[in-house]
Design a protein. Structure first.
Length: 351
């Protein structure tokens, strides 16, 4: 008789419901999808879920609970399971998407997505999820709130511009729009003050923000956004994974000689990270020779300036990860020093 060596509970998480699939791995390496069911994404649903799992799984054998990092909808479930002492693993969505392509799933539904996550959990050895550092969590909330306020203010500014362009603008309407813009600007300033105070309080966070802010074009607000959105790069294991998570990875469709699509970024990722890199990239292009050279190379190759700006955004984001992991501040003269050292070595070798 085959022996169960691994038990997996996988979730496809939506705002109001959880589509759950149970899976087993046996000692002969075979796998089995045991059952699937839908539960409410709230405390009552979580408790019913645990009772249902007991019907199928051995309580003496550790169970792995796997889910995607789907915005904020998975968080309540993850915290609940962690409070119960269960092994929880949270996987980046792009990893699951790539894995599903290998399964050649033709019909994608909540159930098939849940089954794919279950198969992924059975195939892989996944690390245990750690709760976000409280400061990183607050940084994410504050930076996202600021983005929303900036978007609202942009809409209001466009409305005011349109109103002023009318033949006979309504004074009261203009006044209300002006007050709204002023209100939103005050809110943004308050949020920035909160972010600054939050960074000052945390030792590890303060150090991380200081390191990342040493990169040309990257300020405290950008550093706080990157750290908040990645939970201090907790789920990130490589630069490639980070760019994919942000949707700055390059995708290209090519087949034989007849199908050749243009290379472009996927945009299937964290929009807050992509947005946070835009203005820093423009600043870096204007004030740092390394990024200026990268920009010039891409423009010379493709002739499209926006593509070159995106390349700089991607390079900046990768550098935030490198700086954070190495604990070394950014050095604008690094490449020049490296070239000088190589030149000296060549001269010594010649002599």
């Amino acid at each position: 008789m085959k022996k169960v060596v691994k038990q997996v509970v996988a979730f496809d998480v939506a705002q109001n419901e959880l589509v759950v699939t149970l899976g087993r791995v046996y000692d002969d390496v075979s796998q089995e999808l045991v059952a699937s069911k839908t539960f409410a994404n709230r405390q009552g649903g979580f408790k019913a879920l645990l009772l249902w799992i007991k019907r199928f799984f051995d309580a003496e054998l550790q169970t792995l609970y796997v889910m995607e990092a789907t915005g904020v909808y998975h968080e309540s479930l993850a915290y609940f399971l962690d409070d119960q002492g269960f092994w929880v693993s949270i996987v980046l969505p792009n990893k699951i998407s790539s894995y599903m392509r290998t399964l050649q799933v033709k019909t994608i539904t909540d159930k098939t997505a849940s089954q794919a996550i279950c198969s992924f959990g059975m195939d892989r050895k996944l690390p245990r999820w750690k709760r976000p550092v409280d400061t990183y969590k607050k940084l994410r909330q504050l930076t996202r709130e600021r983005h929303q306020i900036v978007d609202q203010r942009t809409v209001a500014l466009n409305q005011m511009h349109a109103q002023k362009a009318q033949a006979e603008p309504c004074p009261s309407s203009l006044q209300r729009t002006k007050k709204l813009i002023e209100f939103l600007s005050r809110q943004e300033k308050q949020i920035i003050v909160e972010i600054t105070e939050l960074v000052k309080q945390g030792g590890e966070v303060k150090r991380a923000v200081g390191l990342i802010s040493s990169i040309t074009g990257v300020g405290e607000l950008t550093a706080a956004t990157v750290l908040g959105e990645t939970n201090g790069f907790d789920l990130i294991k490589s630069k490639k994974q980070l760019t994919s998570y942000a949707g700055l990875d390059v995708v290209e469709k090519q087949s034989g000689t007849s199908v050749k699509g243009k290379a472009k970024i996927s945009k299937r990722g964290n929009k807050y990270l992509r947005r946070a890199m835009h203005l820093p990239a423009l600043t870096a292009i204007g004030h740092d020779e390394r990024f200026k050279a990268l920009f010039a190379r891409v423009v010379a190759k493709h002739g499209i300036k926006m593509k070159a700006v995106v390349a700089v955004q991607r390079k900046l984001l990768e550098m935030t990860y490198t700086i954070f992991k190495t604990g070394t501040s950014y050095d604008k003269q690094y490449l020049q020093k490296q070239q000088n050292t190589q030149a000296e070595q060549i001269i010594k070798a010649i002599n």
